[in-house]
Design a protein around this ligand. Sequence first.
Ligand code: G3P
Length: 217
Amino acid sequence: MKFFIDTADVDAIRELHDLGMVDGVTTNPSLILKSGRDILEVTKEICSFVSGPVSAEVVATKAEEMIAEGRKLAAIAPNIAVKVPLTWDGLKTCKVLSGEGFMVNVTLCFSANQALLAAKAGATFISPFIGRLDDINLDGLDLIGDIRTIYDNYDFQTQILAASIRSANHVKDCAMIGADVVTAPPAVIKALASHVLTDKGLDQFLKDWAKTGQKIL
Ligand code: G3P
C-alpha cells in the first residue's frame, strides 16, 4: 500500500521523505490555508523533492474554469495530480484533463456510486473520506470495501486513495480491505510506530543493560 502525506507542511513532508515513507502528497484548500503559503509556490517546492503524485486542488466550481485551473496546476510539475471535487462539473473536468494525459484525483467522495462515476470519467485516484463518514455515524471503511468490490468487478484501474484518515487503526483497516493508497497527516504516520509494549520492553532492556555495566561504544 502506498502512503501519501496529507499536508502542505514542507518540513513535515521532508522528514518522512528522508525515511522513505512518502509515495506522494495530497493537499487541499484547507491545508494550503494552514500552511500560510502561496499554492503555486508551496506545491512547486513539494514537487522539487517528491517524485510521486502531488495533488493540488482546483477551487472553481464550473467546468470551464476548473479545467483552466487544472491545466495551470498541472504545469507546476509532471507529477501533479489535479484534484477536483466530486460534482458533475468536477467529473467533466476529470474527463477532459485525464484525456489530456494528466493525473486526476477526484475528491470529496462519500458514496460507491460517486466512485463508479469517477472511474468512468477516467480518474487516476478516487478519494473517499472515511473520517468524515465516521463523524456522522456512518461506516467509512464499508465505503472503501464497496468501492474495492466494484472496481475489481469491472477491472477499473482508478486507485482507491483513502482520505480523511484520523488514526493508526484507520490505516490498518484500509490496508486490510485493499485500499491502494492512504493519505494521512504526518502525526498519523508517526503514530503507526507506537506501541505500549514496545515502550515497556525497551524500558526493561535498558534497565537490565545498565545493570551489566557494559558499553557498546
Ligand atoms: O485528504 C482529505 C483530508 O484532508 C480531509 O481530512 O480530517 O479534514 O476530514 P479531514
